[in-house]
Design a protein around this ligand. Structure first.
Ligand code: HEM
Length: 192
């Protein structure tokens, strides 16, 4: 018998990003940062696995999960500053799929946390860009995806330079030495 996945699970946690000829987001650019690139279709649609995207040239699926690295104080800072997705003014978005090396995944959790925060200040740097940038992280390593993570960001057009600055800073960190595959997809809400 095929295992069933609950409706609630699909609605709340599972996301599928489809590149194709239709979708709510127009793809403006796709830049390969590390590793193999992705083709550039005209649009991106974001679904929850129910819809059959026949025209998709690629589909990337991920699961929103619990946090692995944040400690209490950071969690409070994030909750105070962050805003949700879907803001009216946030018509720009970025989808940045990322994979990390075997070396990263073989490390124990405390060692990874040290690199992620104590050495790279991922959360503390990211916090400086809230609430302008809204974010959501999807995990895909455990479902055998092409990437380990799908990172999604939304912001207003006037904050694009700030987003570029943040990405530039993160890519210079110790954490990014473990990134083996990264593609930077920039989008604009279709019709804007
Ligand atoms: C907008 C500001 C940002 C903030 C506040 C932020 C914050 C965070 C936090 C708190 C986590 C850890 C979640 C956990 O505990 O599991 C995380 C993970 C992650 N973030 Fe960011 N981030 C930001 C921007 C970015 C950007 C621009 C990228 C990509 C270029 C990125 C890529 C990732 C990845 C790949 C992970 C997963 C890391 C892992 O589990 O190894 N983040 N982020």
């Amino acid at each position: 018998m095929k295992p069933t996945i609950s409706e609630q699970y699909l609605q709340n946690r599972y996301a599928v990003f489809n590149g194709g000829s239709t979708g709510e987001w127009a793809i403006q650019s796709i830049e390969t940062i590390t590793g193999q690139g992705l083709s550039k279709p005209a649009f991106l649609s974001k679904g929850n696995g129910h819809t059959d995207y026949k025209d998709a040239v690629w589909s990337l699926a991920g699961i929103a999960s619990n946090e692995r690295y944040v400690i209490t104080e950071e969690k409070q800072q994030l909750l105070q500053k962050q805003e949700g997705l879907g803001r009216k003014e946030a018509v720009c978005a970025a989808l940045i799929p990322i994979s990390k090396s075997d070396e990263w995944w073989l490390m124990p959790q405390d060692r990874r946390r040290k690199i992620f925060e104590e050495q790279s200040q991922h959360t503390q740097t990211g916090l400086q860009y809230l609430p302008a940038i809204a974010r959501k992280l999807y995990h895909c390593r455990d479902i055998g995806g092409e990437f380990d993570f799908l990172t999604w960001f939304e912001f207003a057009p006037e904050h694009k330079d700030r987003f570029d600055e943040l990405v530039y800073l993160l890519r210079k960190t110790e954490e990014w030495k473990y990134v083996t595959h990264e593609v930077d997809i920039r989008l604009m809400l279709a019709g804007k």
